[in-house]
Write a protein that binds this ligand. Structure first.
Ligand SMILES: Nc1ncnc2c1ncn2[C@@H]1O[C@H](COP(=O)(O)OP(=O)(O)OP(=O)(O)O)[C@@H](O)[C@H]1O
Ligand SMILES: [Mg+2]
Length: 298
């Protein structure tokens, strides 16, 4: 798998300018309220810029690589993210940034959103003084917000600490490029053998390319909850990153019970481990169900 992924990455690099040098100099020299490049926020493909607007609020620009325009499959990811943010707004879903604008800059697609001031949860979890208490009060609402998407038949498919922003008043869900309708549950656009999602946070059925459902997001939230309390992902027992090993552990449900690796109540242990069941029907049905259970446990 590693060779395959490295090969893909190298092929993509050859085809595109992944330094984003032209866009960086254009945006950083934009005059008053110039955009600032934020390398610490870059994900797998896109690059992030932020700026403070005149009246105090800030916004974020996510700029996609050039292949997002030239390659239909990449174009679909961009289109889908725009549509997903628009849907969240149309249904007034709480916990998702409000979509502002999309377009092209220097031959690349971009997306503008309000910038939620704060680290993402992955950055927060790395900090030495992080305590579950810092985010615990926001957890039921986070699950409820994911449940809001489930109510309108959307599944996020890429819930993980890096895609959750720790704002001053709660947790926000970002990165909607993989969101799809839960009615079909299957991705007709991506080829069957392309794995979409993030190893170590995705549900076994997603790894096996079977149809996904709100229960797949519940599983991903289970990995996030486990990480918050244990200080590490359930399938990464040490810092070595071998995607094959991680995927195998997930497929066979091989992980230590949460209560064995940190100090949590029996009820919290049982709830988190239930979210991480291999069999989807054994997990809480959706974000709303998980939210109610979290409220009882906390
Ligand atoms: N509206 C927002 N407010 C604050 N921070 C955000 C917002 N949107 C994204 N971020 C931050 O920027 C980071 C990267 O954004 P995002 O996850 O959308 O892109 P990505 O992971 O680079 O996507 P891709 O994998 O498609 O390249 C996130 O991990 C998060 O920290
Ligand atoms: Mg991301």
């Amino acid at each position: 798998m590693r060779n395959f992924l490295t090969g893909l990455w190298e092929a993509a690099r050859k085809e595109d300018d992944y330094s984003f040098a032209d866009v960086k100099s254009f945006l950083e020299d934009f005059g008053p309220n110039s955009w600032v490049y934020r390398p610490e926020l870059r994900g797998a493909n896109s690059r992030i810029f932020t700026r403070e607007k005149e009246y105090g609020d800030s916004e974020l620009m996510k700029v996609f690589p050039k292949v997002a325009i030239t390659k239909p499959i990449k174009r679909e990811v961009f289109r889908r993210e725009v549509v997903a943010y628009m849907k969240c707004q149309e249904y007034s879903l709480s916990g998702f940034p409000i979509y502002t604008l999309e377009g092209t800059v220097m031959g690349r697609f971009f997306l503008v959103l309000p910038y939620i001031e704060g680290d993402n949860l992955e950055q927060a979890l790395w900090k030495e003084d992080f305590s579950p208490k810092d985010v615990e009060e926001y957890l039921p609402k986070l699950a409820r917000d994911v449940g809001g998407a489930h109510l309108v038949e959307l599944v996020h498919r890429d819930l993980k600490p890096a895609n959750i922003v720790v704002g001053s008043d709660g947790l926000y869900i970002v990165d909607l490029g993989l969101m799809i309708s839960s009615v079909r549950g299957r991705d007709s656009f991506f080829t069957r053998n392309l794995l979409v999602g993030t190893p170590s946070n995705m549900a076994p059925e997603q790894i096996k390319r079977e149809p996904v459902s709100p229960r797949s997001d519940v599983y991903s939230l289970g990995t996030v909850l486990y990480h918050i309390y244990a200080g590490r992902n359930p399938f990464r027992e040490n810092s070595t990153f071998d995607p094959r090993k991680i995927l195998r552990r997930q497929l066979y449900g091989k992980m230590e019970p949460l209560a064995d690796v940190c100090d949590v109540s029996v009820e919290m242990n049982d709830l988190v481990m239930k979210c991480l069941e291999i069999e989807p029907s054994k997990r809480p049905a959706d974000g709303l169900t998980l939210s109610r259970a979290l409220e009882e446990v906390l």
